[in-house]
Design a protein around this ligand. Sequence first.
Ligand SMILES: [Mn+2]
Length: 435
Amino acid sequence: MVKILHLSDIHMGSSLAHGRVNPNTGVNTRLEDFVNTLSHCIDRAIADAVDLVLFGGDAFPDAMPPPYIQQAFAGQFRRLVDAQIPTVLLVGNHDQHSQGNGGASLCIYRTLGVPGFIVGDKIETHRITTGNGDIQVITLPWLTRSALLTRPETEGLSLAEVNELLLQRLQPVLEGEIRSLDPEVPTVLLAHLMADRASFGAERFLAVGKGFTIPISMLTRPELDYVALGHVHCHQNLNSSHSPPVVYPGSIERVDFSEEKEEKGYVLIEVERGKAEWQFCPLSVRPFRTIEVDVSEKENPQEAILQAIGKKDIKDAVVRLIYKLRSEQLDAVNTASLREALTAAHSYTIRPELVSQLARPRVPELGADTSLNPLEALETYLDNREDLQDISGDMKEAAQRLLAGDEESGLDSEEQQKQRSKQLEENNRNQLRLL
Ligand SMILES: [Mn+2]
């Protein structure tokens, strides 16, 4: 039985805006948080004498972290070298350098020949000998289209079509790795990807806005005993009622407020051929707290805000205070005393939002009915916008074409289409920049 510690999405060097300079060390307190949390993961690996550590990718916010941040990361992983624990560092999307000849921030560990360290920057099977027997680890780093496709192949294709083509290429490559496995040896797939429960090809158009996703059926293979994922920051097992487990451990620290309610941690696994037992190990990380209060109808807005602050445990937390008020109430709020009330927080931001009496009401039908498909939703929206009636036909037609993935619309020149797909890709990247 091989014992593994699986962690992912360290993103060391992000969330610095939520910290402050520690006067004793000169270091941003959020970097200290991340290093401290990572050190707890490494402590556990050493204390439990695990046979293998798997890192699921995204070490830093980008492929060029400042030297002091690289050093903080390396300083922790160095402890695994000293403890002679084999370690696989998988390359995530944030680790890849997009300019020049590519490469990834983590490749330096291979270049230096760090003993026991493997860098997973391509699809490959590694047979690793541990104190408790051999284990096979298939590495599947974040896939860019250039990994499996050439430029002429993708010319003129929509993003959805490129993704489909990428999947078609990936499948035989992965299949090749799986068929070359030693069936007697326990096997883990270590992958940085967005998994989708949708079956192959179905609802393809809905995936466009989400970037490249891989159907889970490609991962739930009986030849695999555990699928160790990285990329999604919220811990989850995508295959809970079946085998193998397909697990995102999630990020180890909260990167921003979107992770306020998520528990953070890592995963311990005991794996043998045909069986894996795993447990999520929570980490005690710095809390994030949103205090949101609407005081626009309150007689004493100051008091109402202070009350809202008083209700939350803000000690040592990263806090954001958002209060809604009318413009004539602005003078009734004393920001200095709000700051006073927030001093127990680790850091805080204060954001007043004006409620506009002229605000256009939202389309009520869109709020109530979540079963609408995108076209029905657009129609409902257009029915509520008299000012758009003259172009509503064109808009519906354009939406239909977009959803059908039809690039032969005849409306745009090839150049415009290219621009648009570039823009779309850019949007996707921005949406996913934190994953
Ligand atoms: Mn990622």
